[in-house]
Design a binder for this molecule. Structure first.
Ligand code: GDP
Ligand code: MG
Length: 259
């Protein structure tokens, strides 16, 4: 098990069911510390994790409760502020529902430790079980983000397995009152690229756990797709009005550094 005083694992959770405990147990075997932000869950899924945290101690596992549900982005922000206050500089954020690969944590952390200014992004490798409708919907988001950032700095804007440098993350979130729910993953990635944060895309498996095995999603097809349309409308307007210049400048810097 690796332990760090700069890099922690941050897991936002809302009503994740038994998969939360399973996810956390895999994580604590591999990394310390692991922090779980419980976003006012109502299903009691945090209870076994709290018991485990008492057994392991705060150096290995902490549970941070939020009194009101604010969404994935809001929960990550709560954890990010707390982590900065405790002296951490980076957080690997991953989902609570066993979709993301705990066995890639050490590699992603090592990549971030080697380039601390960089946003290390997971590039999802889907299995045959991934629902076609989610894969199709993804293509549109990927295309729009490539346009908004003038390139492929963000390989997949929806995959939440990432190591964030915390200060630029908090700064990006301070620039918008959005990005608190499912709009978090694409919006912060675009804003961090606009701010000149370098990116690195590394492959990582993304599982879809069947419902019969406890698989759970709070993605609401209509509500959250409307949120995505609104997100890209906002980003595209900003891009056309003024962000195109910083996107172009950072793209130029990236291509110069490659040549
Ligand atoms: N904190 C918080 N996390 C949420 C909320 N909704 C979803 N999440 C977390 O965000 C991650 C992805 O959510 P999920 O519903 O699995 O979305 P999907 O994987 O895109 O279907 C999981 O770790 C959830 O626990 C919420 O309201 N608050
Ligand atoms: Mg999920």
């Amino acid at each position: 098990m690796n332990a760090s005083t700069t890099h922690l694992v941050l897991v936002p959770s809302f009503d994740s069911g038994p998969l939360l405990e399973r996810t956390v147990r895999e994580l604590v075997e591999r990394w310390a510390p692991v922090w779980v932000v419980v976003d006012a869950s109502t299903d009691g899924s945090e209870k076994p994790v709290e018991t485990l945290a008492q057994a392991l101690g705060p150096q290995r596992l902490r549970v941070l409760p939020r009194s009101e549900n604010g969404g994935k982005g809001a929960a990550v922000l709560t954890g990010a502020h707390e982590a900065l206050a405790a002296g951490f500089t980076h957080a690997l954020v991953m989902d609570a529902d066993h979709q993301h690969p705990a066995d890639r944590v050490a590699d992603f952390m090592a990549a971030s430790q080697a380039r601390p200014d960089t946003l290390v992004l997971g590039l999802p490798v889907f299995g045959p079980e991934a629902p076609a409708i989610r894969l199709q919907g993804r293509k549109l988001s990927v295309g729009l983000v490539h346009l908004e950032t003038l390139g492929r700095a963000v390989g997949d804007p929806l995959f939440g397995f990432r190591v964030y440098p915390l200060r630029p993350l908090v700064d990006a979130m301070a620039r918008t009152r959005h990005a608190r729910r499912y709009d978090f993953d694409p919006e912060v990635a675009v804003r961090m690229v606009w701010a000149g944060v370098p990116t690195l895309n590394l492959p990582a498996a993304c599982r879809y756990v069947p419902r019969t095995a406890g698989g759970i999603s709070h993605f609401h097809y209509f509500r959250d797709n409307v949120r995505m349309v609104w997100l890209h409308s906002r980003l595209l307007v900003q891009f056309v009005l003024w962000r195109w210049y910083s996107a172009w400048r950072h793209r130029r810097r990236r291509s110069l550094s490659r040549s």
